[in-house]
Design a protein around this ligand. Structure first.
Ligand code: EPZ
Length: 420
């Protein structure tokens, strides 16, 4: 249990201008990728979040020279001194993306011994497709208790993913960037952070083509030089702020985002009767009337993102009518709705589908965050509800959202921490 709780007095429409930070899932892929370089790299627009802090610790642990300046959102990393290939479970289990150290170390020196990843408890989250990819590139992979051991010279090859996996796609790109020969990833993930990794690798001299499509072709190169690269804005933070603005029937403009990354959410908000206006790097979200219920089915990008299902289904608890939410990506991603029952939400959950019977009012109650996006969903619920909502275990939120409380307070929210 965290030593503090979040207290939100809801019913206040969010109004004003805010900005989105650099992408968590992008930064988590690009920081390990620096290991592939033969020179110093600088990453800009890094979000000041716990997952980035842990990855900086890992990079230092394996010997990189890290100059990380959270206030400047910048890190200059020199991978040349790094020589260790072992990352213990005690640190890798603190986040999911620590598993990218496997692909990056295999790509750098053909050897890696990395503890199992942690990450949000939203399903069983196996690792088999990553291992299948590494083996296709010539690695011998053994799972030894809490650690995955991988070794071998990377040889270009075809990698066929039985199902679309963001992490698997990124890990194989890292291992293949300096492989001997050409690799082709079939049924690849198309998320914006896959494209951002390809752009970063290519800025270092890699030859990656097709990122953003379901087939990525990587011609291995001998050397990668240093690069200074700016991380793209966070698609999921953008969406969470859009949903919070709509859910509180406010009027918020979100700056520094990429509207084309938000199309599936924008379409759903428009279907609900929310007004969404795009400009080249900002999105304005307004509500002038009640919200219609809509059906959501999560899909891999460019479909409706699973990471936005939780805040979105929280908002649907107060939409007019019945909404059906189908979660196709993870097995256990409705825990926040169980918590919201105490706030008056009327929800029936059956396997991968939640049927939400929208109510006219939600009421503040004590609730508990169980994972990162469930925490965000409960913040949205608290902002909507009449009275005070206390969110226990809010620490999850800091893993993936930079200064979320401050951003919401600046938009008029009554949200504060209280020591327990
Ligand atoms: C990444 O997780 C993100 N995490 C998740 O965001 C995101 O929800 C997910 O992609 C889908 O977009 C990071 O980028 C750090 P997957 P990842 O591999 O890579 C199954 C957040 O809140 N699978 O695309 O773990 C898996 O169980 C987090 O920011 C296998 O079966 O997701 C899932 O059902 C939550 N075998 C599906 O595929 C494997 O080897 C998609 O998983 C790998 C995955």
């Amino acid at each position: 249990m965290d030593h503090y709780k979040l207290c939100i007095t809801g019913g206040i429409p969010l109004v004003g201008e805010t900005y989105v930070s650099g992408g968590k899932n992008t930064a988590c892929a690009l920081i390990p990728a620096v290991l592939l370089s033969d020179d110093v790299c600088t990453l800009e627009n890094l979000p000041d979040i716990e997952d980035v802090h842990v990855l900086m610790e890992i990079m230092e642990l394996i010997g990189c020279k890290v100059d990380y300046r959270p206030d400047d959102k910048t890190a200059t990393i020199d991978p040349r001194p790094s020589c260790d290939v072992t990352v213990p479970y005690s640190i890798t289990n603190r986040m999911r993306a620590s598993y990218y150290l496997l692909g990056a170390l295999l790509g750098r020196c053909g050897k890696a011994e990395v503890g199992y990843p942690g990450g949000c408890a939203i399903g069983n989250r196996p690792f088999d497709l990553h291992i299948k990819g590494f083996r296709a590139l010539g690695a011998r992979v053994e799972e030894r208790g809490a650690t995955i051991f991988a070794e071998g010279e990377m040889i270009g090859n075809n990698v066929f993913f039985d199902r679309i996996t963001v992490g698997g796609t990124i890990n194989v790109m890292l291992a293949a960037a300096k492989a001997n020969g050409i690799s082709v990833i079939h049924n690849a993930a198309r998320e914006p952070h896959v494209v951002d990794l390809a752009n970063f690798l290519n800025s270092m001299g890699a030859k990656v083509k097709g990122a953003g499509t379901d087939t990525i072709r990587i011609q291995g190169v001998e050397h990668l030089h240093g690069s200074t690269y700016t991380v793209i804005p966070d698609q999921i933070e953008t969406g969470t702020l859009m949903i919070a603005a709509a859910a509180t029937r406010g009027d918020v403009t979100i700056h520094g985002c990429i509207p084309t990354h938000m199309e599936s959410l924008t379409a759903k908000l428009l279907e609900m009767g929310v007004l969404v206006t795009d400009s080249d790097d900002a999105i304005r979200v307004r509500t002038v009337r009640g919200h219609r219920a809509v059906n959501i089915k999560t899909q891999e990008y460019p479909g409706f993102p699973t990471d936005l299902q939780q805040p979105m289904s929280a908002m649907l608890c107060r939409a007019g009518g019945n909404s059906m939410v189908t979660e196709t990506i993870f097995e256990d991603r409705f825990k926040h709705l169980n918590e919201m029952r105490r706030m008056g939400a009327r929800v029936n959950i059956l396997d991968k589908t939640a049927v939400i019977d929208g109510v006219t009012e939600l009421y503040g109650a004590p609730v508990k965050a169980t994972d990162l996006r469930a925490g965000a969903a409960l913040v949205v619920a608290g902002l909507m509800a009449k009275g005070v909502t206390e969110i226990y275990d809010p620490g999850f939120i800091e893993r993936g959202y930079e200064h979320l409380e401050e951003k919401l307070r600046a938009l008029g929210a009554d949200i504060r921490r209280e020591e327990i």
